[in-house]
Write a protein that binds this ligand. Structure first.
Ligand SMILES: [Zn+2]
Length: 482
């Protein structure tokens, strides 16, 4: 077998033939030629026989490694003129537009980025983290399910900090599919407004009626009809597979000047429930765009607030110890932080012992811990709505009397959002459901801290928690002799 034939099988790139192979000290270079003669625009499907000019464009792509060798694909491309996108270098079938890596290599990067940490990935593939960010963005743009915003009924909207210094991503989770389906940079009502704008885009401004009655027909010779047909639209209801005969709204013609309630066809109109935190920004937007949806308070956020209150009490106590110059106790207490915040069933033996000591010692921290656990107890699985109503009432009176400032404040917040909390329980948006995805999202955004743009961080979140199927290169090729 000739070397070029052997390499043609090894690299398995679609639409090319191998011209030449050469070895350099640190890599193997495979020169290929494109099989297709027509030039294709990389941004759209426009194709042409005509070259824009004779200027060649020599391009390089990194492909999957070959043993210890890095493998480079070199190809001379031609330039074309796309009527939409202008002068461009032609597309290649084995790489995404603008990429310096083959599609196979990018699939490998995306798969690994979702599974392993930054250091492992950089060292294994010999590329820097920012480049990985760009690859993740490209794969996400191409593979994200375009129908992911269809059929949303119960969603959660929440922000997660990306990078330090108050940079946020707002994410929308589909509670039923347990996936992140949408995201953008920023937080609060403005971010939620952007979600609703994308869910139901403004219809393109209607083209003017071809022949408005009060204007002469475009062709002076044309005979003007005696009666102009009334512009009207059909309401598409009536007997259909999902509506039994006699139960639909009868079809009819709308009179001129009567507008259909746009909400009738809007995807936002399908939303039954939207869960969120207790800050109020998202609620404002939801009330405006999806009036029918029940606003629920995500149990995750209530527990998070309780944890923050506990941490405040602990910190005050610790500072007191430090001021009292009890170094030994202060140090022991600082380490106790995780014992207090972790779920008791997840503590290690040593942490459980520390927790037992804190409880035995009594005092404010011990009381704060009991209160935090009581808040968490409301959202235990298996409780009925009536159970929760009773527990919540008891909890609120306990918090009001507890004499711990952070917890009194917490009690007031919970009281204000009582209806939202009960709505979440009633609709089954429980803590277990939201906590798992929240934790995963937070882990991934921390991994994305080093990315250059919020778009890349968002892409990594969607890649790991969104509607994208990730595959390894060998899973995408049916291996055979070809
Ligand atoms: Zn084009």
């Amino acid at each position: 077998m000739r070397v070029t034939t052997a390499f043609s099988r090894l690299v398995r790139l679609p639409g090319v033939w191998v011209k030449k192979v050469r070895f350099e000290p640190d890599r193997v270079i495979v020169e290929v030629g494109l099989r297709r003669k027509k030039l294709v625009c990389p941004e759209c499907s426009y194709s042409t026989w005509a070259r824009k000019d004779k200027r060649p464009a020599d391009s390089v792509w990194r492909h999957l490694d070959l043993g210890v060798w890095a493998l480079e694909i070199h190809c001379r491309r031609r330039r074309l003129w796309c009527p939409v996108h202008g002068a461009l270098t032609e597309a290649v079938p084995f790489a995404r537009a603008g990429a310096e890596f083959t599609r196979d290599f990018e699939w490998l990067v995306a798969w690994l980025a979702a599974k392993v940490d930054k250091t492992t990935l950089q060292r294994m593939l010999r590329i820097d983290w920012r480049t990985i960010g760009r690859i993740v963005k490209r794969v996400c743009d191409e593979e994200l399910d375009p129908g992911r915003l269809d059929g949303l009924f119960e969603i959660g909207i929440d922000e997660v900090s990306w990078k330090r210094q108050h940079k946020y991503l707002t994410l929308v989770v589909d509670h039923l599919r347990r996936q992140v389906v949408w995201g953008c940079e920023g937080a609060g009502a403005a971010a939620a407004d952007r979600f609703f704008a994308e869910l139901d885009p403004e219809p393109a401004s209607p083209s003017p009626a071809p022949n408005p009655p009060d204007q002469p027909p475009p062709y002076p010779d044309a005979k003007r009809p005696a009666v102009w047909p009334e512009p009207a639209i059909m309401v598409p209801f009536g007997p259909c597979p999902t509506v039994p005969a006699g139960h639909g709204i009868p079809g009819g013609w709308l009179e001129l000047g009567v507008e259909l309630e746009p909400g009738m066809f809007a995807r936002a109109g399908l939303l039954d429930a939207v869960s969120m935190d207790m800050t109020g920004g998202y609620a404002k937007s939801v009330r405006e765009h999806a009036r029918q949806a029940t606003i629920c308070v995500d149990p995750y956020h209530v527990v998070q607030l309780a944890n923050q209150a506990l941490d405040e009490v602990r910190r005050d106590y610790w500072n007191e110890l430090r001021r009292a110059d009890d170094q030994q106790a202060a140090k022991r207490f600082k380490d106790a932080r995780w014992c207090l915040l972790k779920r008791p069933e997840k503590l290690t033996d040593e942490q459980a012992a520390t927790l037992a000591r804190i409880k035995a010692a009594g005092g404010e921290v011990s009381r704060a811990y009991t209160l935090k656990e009581a808040v968490r107890g409301i959202f235990e699985p298996g409780l009925s709505l009536e159970d929760v109503e009773i527990l919540l009432k008891r909890l609120l009176s306990r918090l009001a009397r507890c004499r711990l400032k952070p917890f009194i404040r917490l009690g007031k917040t919970i009281r204000k959002h009582r209806d939202g909390i009960l709505a979440a329980i009633r609709l089954g948006i429980n803590q277990g459901r939201t906590e798992a995805i929240n934790n995963k999202v937070r882990l991934i955004t921390r991994r994305a801290y080093g990315f250059h743009s919020a778009q890349a961080a968002l892409a990594l979140v969607l890649l790991t928690c969104g509607p994208i199927g990730l595959h390894l290169p060998h899973e995408l090729h049916t291996l055979g002799t070809g």
